[in-house]
Design a protein around this ligand. Structure first.
Ligand code: PNS
Length: 166
């Protein structure tokens, strides 16, 4: 059986913490789908096509040829079944992530018996990092070095400043 993983999220924008998980998952699984949720209740800073583009560029820069970026709406398990995947990957940063992720993992397993959620511990150096915190820093002109891929920094700062002016 092929082991195919789905790594879901909002990726608004992708961070170095996400890319660390993607890179490590790509070493374990034959194929990894990075799945961007399109119908989130959160109002995103970047459109889905912008997020796909940012992820694809960052993944290509790392030479990860078994990673595919896609978007989905509705239930994650429907996307997982459609791609014939058997694993959902989630990154865990701190104990505070655990309770919600545990609930989601159990619900996803109830909805689709054949899927397992695997948690990967975020690398120590990214344990404080999230897309929200990146947007907050960018909004006030803070330094994003080391937080997101270097070539994405100008577009993230530009958008955050624009949004902050509105
Ligand atoms: O990066 P995020 O915003 O924390 O990602 C959350 C995401 C997309 C993984 C989660 O909201 C999700 O899986 N949404 C799809 C709806 C779903 O299947 N929910 C779980 C069963 S109720």
């Amino acid at each position: 059986m092929k082991n195919i993983a789905v790594y879901p999220g909002s990726f608004d924008p992708v961070t170095n913490g996400h890319l660390d998980i993607i890179k490590r998952a790509s070493r374990i699984f034959e194929k990894v789908y990075v799945a961007i949720l399109t119908n989130s209740s959160k109002s995103p800073m970047f459109s889905v096509s912008e997020r796909i583009d940012m992820l694809e560029r960052s993944i290509a820069a790392k030479g990860l040829t078994n990673v595919v970026v896609a978007s989905f709406d509705g239930l994650l398990v429907d996307f997982v079944a459609d791609k014939k995947a058997n694993v959902i990957i989630k990154g865990l940063r701190a104990v505070s992530d655990f309770e919600y992720e545990f609930q989601m993992a159990l619900m996803n397993h109830k909805l689709l018996k054949d899927v397992e959620t695997l948690f990967m511990m975020t690398s120590n150096k990214y344990s404080y990092l999230s897309s929200s915190i990146v947007k907050e820093v960018a909004k006030y002109g803070g330094n994003l070095d080391g937080l997101v891929p270097e070539d994405l920094i100008p577009e993230i700062i530009q958008r955050a400043v624009q949004v902050n002016k509105k």
